[in-house]
Unconditional design. Structure first.
Length: 202
């Protein structure tokens, strides 16, 4: 299933901008074991787009906001959805939601989410086709060799920034040629720097 332009219209009084955050076990939070159907996620993304979402979180560490932020929308959208009952209960009871980080790296690995997004690494490059996942799952090993393969061959993986969130991205031409141009345009470091131990282990 692909996500198309939203079938909904912006809701009066709702924010024009939406931030999406993620949190991990190091933050003491775990996820609810609730399967969210792909169709529900696609509709959710459509509503975010209708609310004006055009970018992804580009900080060094993805995080999750307080439940109050979730309720800005969910007090009006899907107010009776059983899937969102944990969110409503968290808001009512004043207890934090618990989440499970799906893509988690060991503490000895330094990873900056923002630099990857800003250098044109597509979401699906690391996270897989999340638009086709009924429940979020780790798509890649995230082991050192997997990371180094990308760091050694960035031209094979980077894309124009405007397509970072595009699922099923197809380059408009030869990927490696486009990648080499973007390496220069985005000031991507050379292979020696990108594969230096201190790049990921600080």
């Amino acid at each position: 299933m692909s996500i198309t332009e939203p079938s909904v219209h912006p809701i009066p009084g709702m924010p024009r901008r939406v931030d999406i955050w993620e949190v991990g076990p190091r933050d003491g939070l775990q996820n609810e074991a609730v399967v969210v159907p792909t169709a529900v996620k696609a509709e959710f993304v459509s509503r975010l787009v209708a609310a004006g979402l055009r970018t992804v979180e580009t900080s060094s560490f993805a995080n999750v906001p307080p439940t109050k932020t979730c309720m800005n929308c969910h007090s009006q959208i899907w107010v009776t959805s059983p899937t969102l009952e944990p969110v409503r209960a968290s808001f009512r009871d004043g207890k934090s939601l618990s989440w499970t980080r799906v893509n988690d790296l060991p503490d000895f690995v330094y990873f900056n989410h923002g630099i990857h997004v800003n250098k044109g690494v597509g979401c699906e490059t690391c996270h897989g086709r999340v638009d086709k996942m009924p429940l979020m799952a780790q798509a890649n090993t995230l082991q050192m060799e997997w990371c180094l393969n990308c760091h050694r061959n960035t031209e094979k993986y980077i894309r124009p920034r405007e397509f970072v969130t595009t699922m099923g991205y197809q380059p408009a031409g030869d990927q490696e040629e486009i990648g080499r141009r973007l390496q220069n345009e985005y000031n991507i470091q050379d292979v020696r720097t990108l594969t230096s131990c201190s790049t990921c282990h600080r």
